[in-house]
Design a protein around this ligand. Structure first.
Ligand code: M6R
Length: 611
């Protein structure tokens, strides 16, 4: 969703800000803008559409020499919430007749009341946004000290924010604050940066300070000073980012999605590294943070997530039941807190999120904690809101995922959930022999996924079957039902073909009415106890003239299938991962044939920070 980058130092800010905004594009946005502190004035530029448009406008507005003038600046990509994507609604927003500029991520919940109050005092708003209310409130509180004004305004705010603020009267200073919306400060040599996402600053420095909720930082080129809303001093350690600038580059691939699909053997290696105990047939996940006795006392597992993370949870549900014998259920994070859920201290709640920022999942985490459950985070982004709020959990170590369509995060989520189930199972009913078998299968994951990637050309050819089609079905049973849902989601979001993931047995209870000759039906019919049943369901579709694309185990027949996609033989729970990779490639090549903007599909954002 929205993105922030700010720069203070001896270099010209414009190229740094535009490059930072480019890096934030993957989050999804519909307008962009920046403000610069030059001499004793603030100047700004905004545009609707892509950052490239803003860059073009910059070239039309300033000579190349003017663009190279060193200055301080803040910039923003906006994903419209309050008010449509127009220039007046784009950030920065201003106060004091242009003397203060603000960029903001998050939502100011009490902005209407603030706006009404300020309008009564004579303020004339120029946008429909909640952010302008905050900008003007800061202006109202300003008595010469920008940070003091920001604090005074934030004390009156309800909602979530990550902000960066400039004042024309304080050259070389950015004030940044957060509550619920992430901000990271980059500590460079004679320069500092602030961003909503480390990807925007990694090209400058790997030394970072993560702000926590309630922090208000005064940032200059060589100093970062943090206090809280009560003006008490806060010490935050400088950390080092765990990835290099190349991790957020395409590295020769046409799209981030393709790169991230190909990174999966390595990502899985990282998600498994040091965790599998092959001789004991178990997994060691320090982040679970509980003694064997605590783990043995868990009576129920609740898995929470949204979108792809929810689908990973569905695989986890099967694994916890099958391997650990613990009743487990996946719940839509968006519904959780509105159902007055029954949760108690013997429940283990696992919140699954790539970004660690998803508003619905975060709200569900808070609800579960309030009700006394043990909550674990299964998160990719280090230091993200969910990782912090849960306090304990297991990182995926998948590396930065830039493409909006989640790929490597999904497979690493499943790999970690399977390890968790193995760990819990070994403390309960799972025999050492069976544990050793499962652990050995998990250790093969990089190789299993590598074998699917080696078939990329075959999968790309199968994508032709979707040309001219507006609907497709994905069918699976057991844990493969979750993969069917995930395969359909991938196809929908990047190729804009309507796709339904369905339980194979449920199709005949309604949706079969939609099948017409040639409708692509992807059938997940790998080797498992229900393979013959799934084939039966595929036959029902074939009898109606559908195009059957069968995902089968290497060495198995696929009688009557129009296309066959083979995955290596492995345990049925583990097989969800290579099968998902095959469907990711399929969706990618369909979208490519249709000429879709694969990494940034329309209307979508990478981190969904609104409910
Ligand atoms: O960051 P999260 O895992 O919490 O995100 C949840 C969903 O928004 C996300 O998985 C979304 O469905 C992806 N676009 C799917 O590719």
């Amino acid at each position: 969703m929205c993105g922030i980058i700010g720069y203070v130092g001896g270099a010209p800010a414009i190229p740094v800000l535009l490059a930072g905004l480019k890096r934030l594009e993957y989050r999804g946005y519909d307008s962009a803008g920046f403000a610069l502190q030059r001499g004793n004035e603030l100047v700004a530029l905004k545009s609707v559409g892509k950052v490239a448009r803003l860059a073009e406008k910059t070239r039309d507005t300033w000579s190349s020499e003017a663009q190279r003038t060193p200055c301080t600046g803040i910039a923003h990509t906006r994903w419209a919430t309050h008010g449509s994507p127009t220039e007046p609604n784009a950030h920065p927003h201003f106060a004091e007749g242009g003397g203060i500029a603000l960029v903001h991520n998050g939502i100011i919940e009490n902005y209407r009341a603030i706006r009404t109050r300020l309008e009564a005092k004579g303020h004339v708003f120029v946008s429909e946004t909640d952010t302008e209310a905050l900008a003007r409130l800061i202006g109202e509180c300003h008595r010469g000290d920008l940070r003091a004004a920001v604090i005074a305004a934030l004390r009156q705010i309800e909602g979530a924010y990550g902000i960066a603020v400039l004042s024309r009267d304080e050259p070389g200073v950015i004030v940044a604050a957060r509550k619920g919306s992430p901000l990271v400060i980059g500590v460079g040599e004679g320069e500092s940066l602030v961003a909503s996402d480390p990807a925007a600053i990694i090209a400058h420095t790997r030394r970072v300070i993560y702000l926590d909720d309630g922090d208000v930082a005064r940032i200059t080129a060589d100093h970062v000073d943090i206090i809280d809303l009560d003006e008490a001093r806060i010490d935050r350690a400088v950390g080092v980012l765990g990835f290099a600038a190349e991790a957020v580059e395409k590295g020769g691939y046409e799209h981030f999605m393709l790169k991230e699909i190909h990174e999966q053997p390595e990502a899985l290696r990282n998600a498994l590294r040091g965790r599998l105990d092959l001789p004991q047939g178990t997994a060691v996940l320090a982040g679970m943070g509980a003694s064997p006795r605590d783990l043995a006392e868990i009576r129920r597992i609740i898995l929470l997530g949204c979108g792809t993370s929810l689908h990973a949870g569905q695989v986890g549900e099967h694994a916890f039941c099958d391997l650990a014998g613990v009743p487990a259920g996946v719940q839509l994070a968006a519904e959780f807190r509105y159902r007055n859920p029954l949760v108690d201290p013997s429940d283990l709640v696992i919140a699954i999120s790539q970004s660690g920022e998803t508003a619905d999942t975060l709200a569900a985490v808070r609800e579960a904690r309030e009700k006394g459950a043990v909550v674990l985070g299964l998160v990719n982004v280090v230091g993200s809101a969910i990782a912090r709020e849960t306090g304990r959990g297991v990182y995926l170590h998948a590396g930065p995922e830039i493409s909006v369509a989640s790929t490597k995060a999904f497979t690493c989520q499943v790999a970690v959930l399977l390890q968790m189930a193995l760990r819990l199972g070994r403390g309960r009913r799972l025999s050492r022999e069976r544990g050793i078998e499962i652990a050995a299968e998990l250790a093969r994951l990089p190789e299993l996924v590598g074998a699917v990637l080696a078939r990329e050309a075959d999968i790309a050819a199968i994508a032709q079957r979707f040309i001219g089609r507006e609907h497709a079905f994905y069918l699976g049973r057991g844990p493969m039902h979750a993969v069917a849902l995930e395969g359909a989601l991938k196809l929908k979001e990047i190729s804009y073909i309507h796709a339904e993931g369905y339980h194979a047995a449920e199709l005949k209870h309604g949706p079969i009415a939609l099948l017409t000759p040639g409708t692509p039906v992807v059938v997940l019919a790998n080797r498992s106890s229900v393979r013959d049943k799934v084939w039966g369901n595929a036959e029902e579709c074939r009898a109606r003239g559908s195009c059957i694309i069968a995902v089968v185990t290497e060495g198995d027949e696929a009688p009557g299938a129009d296309e066959v996609l083979r995955i290596p033989a492995c345990d049925p729970l583990v097989a969800t991962i290579p099968a998902a990779v095959a469907l990711q490639l399929l969706a990618y090549y369909v979208a490519r044939l249709r000429g879709c903007p694969i990494d940034q599909p329309r209307n979508l954002a990478k981190s969904v920070t609104v409910e």
